[in-house]
Every structure is written in C-alpha cells, then in structure tokens.
Design a protein around this ligand. Structure first.
Ligand code: ATP
Ligand code: MG
Length: 290
C-alpha cells in the first residue's frame, strides 16, 4: 500500500535548469492521494512534559496539509518529528515502509534529501549571497555543474519572485523576501515533499497571497506535497486540502479534514478557531475608515 518517493539521485538528475521541465515534474512512483507519510501513535514530549499524544494521520501525496492550533501546542515540534530531527516519545513516522527513526544512516540521509524544509525563523546563511544559499543544497547533494547549479538557483528564485536577488546579501532582503528565499532554497532539490513553518506569518496581505499562489503552483503543476504550519486563516482556506488541528488543552489532534467542512461541522473549539478568519467588521475597525 505504501509507496516510496523518488530517489534523491533521480530528483537531482531531473534538475536540468530547464523551465519547461518544471511543469512536468511529478513523482512517477506515487499516485495522488496515496499516503506518502504515515504518522502512527505519535507522542511528542520534552522530558516528562507531553505536548501531544497519540497522533495518527497520513500525509497524502499531492495534498496541501495545514497543521493548525494555538501558539505553543506543538506545531513546530511536530514538523521536527516529521523531518527526523526529534525522536518521538512513542509512535512512528513512516516514509513508505521506512520508519524514520529506525532507519540506518544511509536510508535516513536518502529520506531527508526527499524533502525541503523552511523553519519558522527562516534562517539563511548570512555569509553567503541569496544565490549561494539556494545553490548550497545542489552543491552538497546533486551532481550538477557550477553553471547548472546557478541556472537552477536562478530558476528557483524566479519561481518565488526573487529573480533580481541572486547576488543580494540576505541582510538586504525584507522579511517576506527572506521567507521566499528560504522557500527557494527548500525547493532546490525538487523535493517531493515540502515542509513550511509559518510561511506567511508577518507578511503583508499581497505578499501572503503571492505565497499562496506559489504553494498552489507547486501542488498543481509540480505535484509537490506541502505540509504547512500556519495560523493565517485566509491562507489556509486558499490552499489547504486538509487541516490537522492540534489541541493544546486535550494534548491531541481533535480534527482532520477539509478546512471549510471543519469550520461548519468540526468540534466547537475547532469551529471557533476557524471562524475567527472571517469576522464581521467591528465597530472599532469601521470607526477607522475615513
Ligand atoms: N527544545 C525545547 N525544549 C523544551 N521545550 C521546548 C523546546 N522547543 C519547544 N518547546 C516547548 O514546546 C511547546 C511547543 O513548542 P512549539 O514551538 O512546537 O509550538 P508551536 O505550536 O509551533 O507554537 P507557535 O505557534 O508559537 O510557533 C512550547 O511550550 C515550547 O516552549
Ligand atoms: Mg511554531
């Protein structure tokens, strides 16, 4: 039942720097909707403090899955568990038939190369230009020549609207540009699976809408599966196929499904969380209108 995402060597070989090919990159070994990752009985804890227990869900090939919940409920921690950076207190994270935390180092390294990640802080290497940041994974993990790496990095930067920033220092970018540059770097190796932690937090609505469009482009045209931590409800409604709700009070997931269905029929706490996205204009807000 499980399938395996493409080998990194294959993804790397598929990276030719040709714009046209990017619209045809889809995983040949997965079918839309099949589980790419299965999370089984996952309990996350720091020492004796349990954050979330008994999480059970799949990440389906070709979906955008939003991880949602109040601040501090464990969303970023869950991402770390999903990418092999933090061992579960209990339970398993399966990539195809591979248990992420029971894999030999070679398998783990191969699995890790199949996904791209941007962290909440979106760190870029400040000692390198933006272009060098994006080329770094290609230098480390692909057989591409220097010229091909540059072509590919320029293509990925263009994809996120930063074509002109190849030679820029990260310090010269705005917050939103840094986030987009981090996404370009996460996309460098054409990952089948992309993890984004709060990609649109702190962005203005237009930049945020651009990011939504980018995520939809990745899913629709490149077949990328996207797991996105977000509390931006507009963005969630725009791009997420399903939403996983982590409840801080009960310390477990209390909903998993399409955002609009959950807004209508989900548990009361989830509905309340999701309804905050479309409030009627308040008197105070109206009072500010000229
Ligand atoms: N390395 C760590 N050691 C101990 N506790 C930690 C560590 N990292 C996170 N925590 C705690 O775990 C809880 C969940 O943190 P996490 O960053 O996963 O929350 P979050 O849901 O991503 O929150 P936010 O929406 O604010 O980003 C927090 O109480 C945090 O203080
Ligand atoms: Mg977080």
């Amino acid at each position: 039942m499980q399938t395996t995402a493409p080998m990194p060597a294959e993804s790397a070989a598929a990276v030719t720097g040709d714009v046209a090919r990017s619209t045809t990159r889809t995983s040949t070994s997965t079918t839309a909707g099949t589980p790419l990752v299965s999370v089984q009985g996952l309990t996350m804890a720091f020492g004796r403090r349990v954050l979330q227990r008994d999480l059970n869900f799949d990440i389906r090939s070709g979906e955008v899955l939003a991880i949602v919940g109040g601040s501090g409920c464990g969303k970023s921690t869950l991402l770390r568990h999903l990418i092999g950076l933090q061992e579960p207190a209990a339970g398993r994270v399966l990539y195809g038939e591979h248990d992420l935390y029971a894999s030999d180092p070679a398998t783990l390294a191969r699995l890790r190369r199949e996904f791209g990640v941007t962290f909440q802080a979106g760190a870029l290497w400040s000692s390198m230009t933006v272009g060098e940041n994006v080329m770094l994974p290609l230098q480390m993990f692909s057989p591409l020549s220097a010229a091909q790496r540059e072509q590919e990095a320029r293509f990925k930067l263009a994809l996120v609207g930063l074509a002109a920033s190849f030679d820029a220092e990260p310090a010269a970018l705005s917050g939103g540009m840094k986030k987009r540059a981090a996404i370009a770097r996460a996309l460098a190796l054409d990952p089948a699976l992309l993890f984004l932690d709060e990609p649109s937090a702190g962005l203005d609505p237009l930049t945020s809408a651009d990011l939504d469009e980018l995520i939809l482009h990745l899913r629709n045209d490149l077949g990328t599966t996207v797991v996105m931590v977000s509390h931006e409800l507009e963005s969630i409604y725009a791009v997420a196929d399903r939403l996983l709700f982590l409840d801080a009070a009960t310390q477990t997931m209390t909903a998993l499904g399409p955002p609009r269905e959950l807004q209508r029929d989900g548990p009361p706490t989830v509905q309340a969380f999701l309804r905050r996205g479309a409030p009627a204009p308040t008197a105070a807000a109206e009072g500010q209108t000229p």
